[in-house]
Structure formats: C-alpha cells, structure tokens
Design a protein around this ligand. Sequence first.
Ligand SMILES: Cc1cc2nc3c(=O)[nH]c(=O)nc-3n(C[C@H](O)[C@H](O)[C@H](O)COP(=O)(O)O)c2cc1C
Length: 366
Amino acid sequence: MTTLFDPIHIGRIAAASRIVMAPLTRNRAGAGGVPPEMAATYYAQRASAGLIVAEATQISAEAQGYIATCGIHTPEQVAGWRRVTDAVHAAGGKIALQLWHVGRISHVSLLGGNAPVSSTARTAAAQTFTLDGMVDVSAPRALRTDEMPRLVADFRHAARNAIAAGFDGIEVHAANGYLLDQFLRDSINDRTDAYGGSIANRCRVVVEIMQAVADEIGADRCGIRLSPVTPFNDAGLDSDTQGLFNHLMGQLAPMKLAFVHVIEGSTGGPRDFAPFDYDALRAIYKGSHPQGTWMLNNGYDRAMAIESVASGRADAIAFGKPFISNPDLVRRLREDAPLAVPDAATMFGGDAKGYIDYPTLDAAAP
Ligand SMILES: Cc1cc2nc3c(=O)[nH]c(=O)nc-3n(C[C@H](O)[C@H](O)[C@H](O)COP(=O)(O)O)c2cc1C
C-alpha cells in the first residue's frame, strides 16, 4: 500500500515523499522584487519536503498585488532565486515556483499609478496590503482581446526564467480569486469576446497558458493550482462550478501536466464550504494521465493526509501553515511528534522573526 512517506515522481521531479510545502506569500522581498538573502535559509530549512512550491511570484510588473512580493521577470530576480534553489538543492530538496498574476487584486500605488488589469472592469470587494497598510483594491480595467497573447507570453517568459533560476518546475496560480480565477468564473468574467461567455471561452486563457508553459519547459515540469469553490478575494461561486472545472480539466488532462494541485473548500477555511465533487475532477485528469500527481490541500492534519494517500484519493498532500512553524514537518509527521503553531503576526512582512527562527525538534529539545 502506498503511504504518505513513500517517494513519488511528480512528472520529472523525483520527490522523496508525498508531503508538499504549499506556496506561502511572506512579503519579505527586497528592492525590485528580489527574494531576500534569508529566503535561501528559509527554504533550505524546509528542504525535507518532498517538493516545495515556493511562494506566489509575479510574472511581470503588472502582475503584482501586494507590497514586498517577489518577481521572476528581471535578471536580478532570477539571480536572487538562484541563491534559493542552490540552497534547497544543496540540502537535498526539490523546489518549484508558483507563477502569479493577481489581476484586479491590486492597487495603483503598486503599479506605478496604472490600473490593475482583469477580465472585467468591475472592482473587487477586497483589500490588499500596500506601503500604507491594508487598503481597498483599485478599480481595474478589462484586458483588451489583443493583449491576451502578451499575457500568455508573460507566463511563458516567467516559466523560462524559473528554469534559468534553477527551479525544478513551476505551478501556475489559477486559484484564490486572482487573475486566472477572474477569467474562469462567470461571477466575475463579464466579457463578450473569445475569453468570456461560454465555459469554453472562460477556460481559454488558462488552457493557452498551460500549453505555452508546457511547450516552453516541458509538461512534466508544470503544474496548476485550482480552488474551485473558494470565496477568497471576492470570488463568487460560478453558476456551474462543476461543469466549469470538469471542462477545464478535460482540456488540461491530455497535456499530461506533472501535477494538479487542488484547494478543497474555502482556502484556509471550511473544507466543506460548498459542494464539489473533487473525485470527479481527479478521474478526468487520471483518465488521460494515470501517472500524474493529484495533490490536495487545505486543513490537512497527519491522520487525514495519511488516509488520503492510503485510499488513493490523493497522490500527495500540501501543507501550508504547518510548514511555516515546523521546518522539519516531514520528520514530525513521520514520528507523530507535536506541531508548533505559527505566529499570525509575522506571517506577512517583517524580518527573520517568524521566518527563519522556528526551531526543529532537535533544537527545541531541552
Ligand atoms: C501566510 C500565507 C501565505 C499564503 N500564500 C499563498 C500563495 O502565495 N499562493 C497560494 O496559492 N496560496 C497561498 N496561501 C494558501 C496556502 O497555500 C494554503 O492553501 C492554505 O494555507 C491552506 O492550507 P493549510 O491548511 O495547510 O495551511 C497562503 C496561506 C498563508 C497562511
């Protein structure tokens, strides 16, 4: 029987276990969106994860939505990430980068005075974190149809840069109410062009992006993150959530992506937030790609994770908050040791405190 602690090939990536570190934005980037030097320490401390999915990272200047987040579109950012990937690899780990465009979840002060872009010109009822603290997001402008190839090219460029920076793969962020979710859901997307209206049209840009990144770096190094029902960032439920995501998976599955990473329920909240048949989605993916890695996340504890992999409901489980405060989470799960609780006050922004100073079991021992 397969266990949570067994190795797995996530596409081309040989992972030592099925325990994945979920992407975690920490808002500690330096000038120009370059990862801070201490990010190399932070990620290397967590290198015993089967795979680290590094924090959401903007694919272009326009893609930024929060203060002090990292990018992967300039040479300085690539060089900064190289320090991180070298440190993780030296510690025996594997690391992929989450590629991010926030869409309308941004503020003009972060975009040189420009409006955020989205599928729509309607403003989200959401807030973002700027130099002036939490503020309401700015009114977006709808991307023109003739800008869509450039958006796809920005994702492709970011994927190429991620590989140049030494990452083992990439994860496209299509979850949590950010730009790609803003295209998928009819609760947000009010377009009348080829990227709005029907389910096929609303899925179009995500399909084009996944094809582009797969063409660029190989599908066996690409994954996607989805959150079909999350209400995060004013993402109302689609009128046919199951139909939408079943169609999307039907388009993506033949590409044989290395992994599909699904947040069940409300991100960081109730797992049963709204009804959705995740097994049906998995069946569509596995139908075309039986070797693909089906990764689940949200509120997993040790027992749930062990059971999910043992039953075949998941091939891998991603942990978010537990990895913030337990750098040696894999060992703690293996030994059924107690888990440290993360400090909410140091999650977003700050310095080394709450970032690289959480002790391992050995260090914490009296
Ligand atoms: C501090 C923090 C930062 C997060 N940043 C990201 C992110 O960059 N990208 C993303 O897709 N999800 C992000 N999330 C969501 C987590 O990846 C994960 O889905 C969520 O915490 C639920 O998993 P958990 O119960 O294991 O923590 C973040 C969550 C937290 C608490």
